[in-house]
Design a binder for this molecule. Sequence first.
Ligand SMILES: Cc1cc2nc3c(=O)[nH]c(=O)nc-3n(C[C@H](O)[C@H](O)[C@H](O)COP(=O)(O)O)c2cc1C
Length: 215
Amino acid sequence: MSLETEAKQQVSFDSVIRERRSVRHYDPSVSISEQELKDMIKEATLAPSSNNIQPWRFLIIQDPEQKQRLLPIAFNQQQVVEAAAVIAVLGDKEGYKQLGKICRLAVEAGYMTEEFASQYTERTVKTYGSLPEERLERILLIDGGLVSMQFMLVAKARGYDTVPMGGYDAQKLIAEFRIPSRYVPIMLIAVGKAASPGRPTSRLPVEDITFWNTF
Ligand SMILES: Cc1cc2nc3c(=O)[nH]c(=O)nc-3n(C[C@H](O)[C@H](O)[C@H](O)COP(=O)(O)O)c2cc1C
């Protein structure tokens, strides 16, 4: 077992979900290597997605100049420049076109037969290709939300902190960072080391938010 795996296993799932907080003040001297960011993305993408299409894409902004450009777009939320990186989580409207590759990898790994892969790909690509735009975008938002949450938990398990951000001007983000029209911005996630802890937040009692079997 590698040292890294051992270190990760010392963090319990319980502490990860209980101690994750939205952190808004970061130590600006802490950077995260490109390799570690890639590892974190790789772990985050173990999240489920609709038809395993994995339509999430990530614009990783860690260059100080680019973070400064992002600052006004994110309404001057200081975490954008203090955190080691900001991940713009995007949904790819053409992501379903990668299903052939996804299935090919599954065939190579012995998870499905070639025959199944080609039939499944053909059928699913056809279905996605004829979905109304709003239906497709809804799927992107759901899948993007799942991968975002997983990324935040992965970061916490590795000793980093995060804050998800919906407070930004999506149109300006698209224009400034020249995001092609096939990508839909889902959220920004700042990631780094906390300079001060996130404030504790309360949750509604389970009784207030659950309905059993029928309304
Ligand atoms: C979709 C989404 C958008 C959010 N946008 C912002 C934001 O723009 N700025 C911010 O400081 N926090 C933002 N938050 C963080 C929430 O305020 C925070 O998750 C909530 O208060 C619960 O606190 P906790 O994350 O520490 O448990 C956002 C959270 C979500 C899920």
